[in-house]
Design a protein around this ligand. Sequence first.
Ligand SMILES: [Zn+2]
Length: 223
Amino acid sequence: MRKYVIMGVQGSGKGTQAALLCDDLDLVHISVGAIFRWHVKNHTKLGAQVRRLVAAGELVGDDLVEDVVRERLQQHDWNFGFVVDGFPRNRPQAEFFLESYDIDGVILLDLPDEEVRRRVLARRLCSRCGMDYNLIAHRPEIEGRCDVCGGELVTRADDTPEALARRLRDYHGKTDPVIDLFRRKEYVVVVDARDDQATVQQAIRDRLGLPAYRAGSPARLNA
Ligand SMILES: [Zn+2]
């Protein structure tokens, strides 16, 4: 059984790295963001709540996140382990998590704020099918048009420099104490997230003593 937490600021490739790790090792990727997106897409009550918060440029509350993660872990479908992504978000949650689950490691994807700004402000989204693009790493074939459906590419409403600065402050304010707590327990492996996807994945595996990454494995991006 392998139980990991993956942490990293938005734009650090956290979701992709977690998906690559899970695909190969039969781990369950428990992504708080993906769970919330599912609720938004399926117009649940929770989804409506999340939609309101995001429109206001705010983050989903810690209580809501905690409930969602607890419920998800209680399904116990993770026979070989899991990678939790998007949790814990504060010290009490981290303490609860450490007491309840025997965590094998915390992966911290390290990305300087300047690089976060560069990456996040290059993100685009298809206004028709929702496909994600990035003008640095994943450019559309025709500028401003979706490769899949031809829809118009737009910037996310919350990807402005001001909103991003606010999210970065919020991220550091909340996450740095969690990382400190994990560091004291000696769980944390720090991986430089500026490298390309395959290099970062291999670095994670080296640090955790896991089987080598087979380059060319299908990546489920944004999972
Ligand atoms: Zn599209």
